[in-house]
Design a protein around this ligand. Structure first.
Ligand code: NAD
Length: 252
């Protein structure tokens, strides 16, 4: 309880609150994380299915994972945690969300300033002509994988594969937000994937306080001395939003 009150006070008095979100935020929407007992990596070897090397060698195989993700995302929707974050932005508590998620749910819930540092499954991009197209409603039969662009090139989701470089624009936008932040709220991320793995240290060096919402400890919890609010994103954010917006005029 003491931790929770401290977190509320930190956020209330913050000038630049930034959220860093990971797969855990969307778990309660029905999209499993990659790691952990029910994670997708228990069925799909990330090196074979989700690396640039694996995709280049056998794009049809990688597309079995991509199709599963596209179907999962199409069938799911943003949950209360996504909506509460959008609401905190409307109340001007929250300045930006840096997300590793590729499902687009923060934007669907109404968040405006979202930086997708690992790209998105909402678009496909041709590996030859670089044309982008929406993945909405795209369901391909397994015998038609990988899907092909009219130019003859192989299509790939605009989500980043292991071995691909982080595009510079979202990376530098994220760094700017992390340096500006006086409070960083880490939600549903294990913290093992680059470059988010670096952000808490950078934030600390710039004087920020770190709060973390996660049912488990992450790689940041102890080394970065985060204020760990142990629990699911929907539950903890719901309580935080209630405490923060009691006097807010947002919903009037
Ligand atoms: P991760 O799988 O490494 O870790 C997920 C974290 O979420 C864990 O620390 C876990 O304890 C926590 N968690 C589980 N349930 C939670 C809940 N209900 N509330 C709060 N936290 C919960 O995820 P990551 O750190 O985001 O790893 C990064 C990679 O996973 C990214 O590249 C991202 O693109 C990818 N990913 C994205 C999605 C998505 O877009 N929804 C889904 C799976 C994986």
């Amino acid at each position: 309880m003491k931790r929770f009150k401290l977190a509320v006070n930190l956020i209330r008095s913050s000038k630049h609150l930034v959220v860093v979100s990971g797969a855990g935020v969307s778990v309660e929407s029905g999209i499993p994380a990659f790691r952990g007992e029910s994670g997708l990596w228990t069925r799909f070897d990330p090196q074979k299915y989700a690396s640039l090397d694996g995709f280049t060698k056998n794009p049809g195989r990688s597309w079995h994972l991509f199709m599963e993700l596209l179907v999962l995302i199409a069938q799911a929707k943003p949950n209360a945690a996504h909506h509460d974050l959008a609401s905190l932005e409307r109340c001007r508590y929250l300045k930006a969300i840096i997300t590793q998620n590729i499902d687009g749910f923060h934007q669907l819930a109404g968040s405006q300033n979202v930086i997708e540092i690992h790209g998105t499954m909402r678009n496909l991009i041709c590996t030859e002509c670089k044309q982008r197209l929406s993945s909405r409603g795209m369901i391909f039969d397994s015998e038609d994988l990988p899907p092909i662009c009219p130019c003859g090139g192989i299509l790939k989701p605009e989500a980043l594969l292991f071995g691909e470089s982080i595009p510079s624009k979202p990376y530098f936008k994220s760094l700017k937000q992390i340096r500006l932040a006086d409070v960083v709220l880490l939600i549903g991320t294990s913290g093992v994937v680059h470059p988010v793995s670096e952000f808490p240290e950078i934030a600390l060096r710039h004087g920020a306080r770190l709060i973390e919402i996660n049912p488990e400890e992450s790689v940041f919890t102890r080394p970065c001395n985060t204020l760990h609010l142990k629990g699911k994103a929907t539950t903890v954010l719901g309580e935080l939003k209630k405490a923060l917006t009691t006097d807010s005029k947002e919903d009037q």
